[in-house]
Design a protein around this ligand. Structure first.
Ligand code: GLY
Length: 392
């Protein structure tokens, strides 16, 4: 009797284990990549051949809003096309990626409008060069890095993010961390070596001034042009000057992880862990997709920001690879996968529109791009899927 009972318990135990492992293994990255390719094919069909690219689909609409090459998001669509080429090896994607990247060429020879040149040119031509080694792309990237460096103010030690919108001094936004990758790459691939020093200085100055004691980021820091001293921290796209804007913190997590990759300086790794800790500890949503701002007054009735989750899920995979502490590494990977599964299971657009994801928030205080589809959410989601696939 006891033997039969034990056998029954053992069988039940094995069944449970098997069901659990089937569930945890059931996430199929390849299927999600195929979904992205299907959606992008639909978007290609409706994209005009006039140098614009798809940026956003407003909530309740099926129609993309298209933007010209000067828009800060113009590099994400060609970047997605390069990632699809990487995922599939299909030349169709290479052809389209090349076409949409080339629309951005004027950015490499125009006066710098703002810090977004990295988002624009490195996500497009940078991915293109990584995959094809096309010399023309390299020239464009190197020229653009020099252009971006013209916004560096040595008295402050950072790049001015928005020269057109002074806000009472030299402004630097946390998003600007992302664009340092362009400078690092150029300094190591035939460009001016000073670009490396500029990128490191920007990261160090940001580390010293851009964060509150709990390591949550301000969106914008205003510095005095002449003395270089910090005047104040404030927001532009967040809920308030003192709130933790979800995408801003996501840029910090991704940005400092990337700066550690490029410098191998442990102070940046330590900092990447700290800015990640506050994000993960304050993430209260069951599905790990944040509200657009962690302090937004109307939580739990505030819109989410899938783009922040996509950025963080991708960054966590990279940060986990630099993490020796087994528990921490496991936490980063488990949470990253949960974010990617949540996005895949509950945030995909399917027939609502032809973006990959729904439920991102661009600029809530301005009443713009609230709970909608946005190309940078799609770009980092696709990047996270590719990084996850490489892990497996
Ligand atoms: N870089 C602008 C934004 O994250 O909305």
């Amino acid at each position: 009797m006891i033997t039969r009972f034990s056998t029954l318990i053992l069988a039940l135990f094995l069944l449970t284990i098997s069901a659990y492992s089937q569930k945890s293994n059931s996430f199929n990255v390849k299927k999600q990549l195929e979904y992205c390719a299907v959606q992008a094919s639909k978007t290609l069909k409706v994209t005009p051949d006039d140098g614009t690219s798809p940026r956003t689909v407003p909530n309740g609409s099926k129609e993309w809003k298209f933007v010209g090459y000067k828009d800060w998001t113009s590099g994400f669509w060609p970047g997605e096309l390069w990632y699809l080429y990487e995922a599939t090896g299909d030349k169709k994607w290479e052809k389209e990626a090349d076409k949409f990247s080339r629309f951005l060429t004027p950015l490499s020879v125009s006066k710098a409008g703002d810090h977004d040149l990295g988002f624009q040119v490195f996500n497009s031509f940078g991915n293109g060069y990584r995959l094809t080694k096309n010399k023309e792309y390299k020239d464009i990237i190197l020229k653009t890095a020099d252009t971006l460096a013209t916004l560096f103010n040595p008295k402050v030690g950072t790049i001015q993010s928005w020269p057109h919108n002074k806000m009472g001094g030299h402004n630097t936004i946390i998003d600007n961390m992302m664009n340092l990758e362009l400078l690092f790459w150029a300094s190591k691939n035939g460009g001016n070596k000073k670009l490396y020093d500029i990128a490191v200085k920007h990261a160090e100055t940001t580390m010293a001034n851009h964060f509150r004691p709990d390591y949550s980021a301000y969106h914008v820091i205003i510095y005095d042009y002449e003395t270089g001293k910090k005047i104040k921290g404030r927001t532009a796209q967040g809920y308030s000057d003192d709130s933790m804007w979800a995408r801003g913190q996501a840029w910090a997590i991704y940005g400092f992880t990337m700066v550690y990759r490029e410098t191998k300086d442990p102070k940046f790794l330590d900092f990447a862990h700290k800015v990640t800790r506050v994000y993960l500890d304050r993430l209260t949503t069951e599905d790990l997709i944040p509200y657009w701002d962690f302090n937004a007054a109307g939580i739990p009735n505030e819109p989410r920001d899938a783009s922040a989750a996509a950025i963080v899920s991708s960054a966590l995979i990279e940060l986990s690879s630099y993490t020796k502490d087994k528990n921490l590494k496991n936490e980063y990977l488990t949470k990253s996968k949960k974010m990617i599964v949540s996005l895949s299971d509950h945030y995909q657009s399917h027939d609502v529109n032809s973006a990959f994801l729904l439920h991102s928030t661009g600029h809530k205080p301005a009443g713009s791009e609230i709970d909608c589809s946005i190309n940078y959410a799609d770009y980092y989601y696709l990047e996270a899927l590719l990084r996850l696939q490489k892990l497996k």
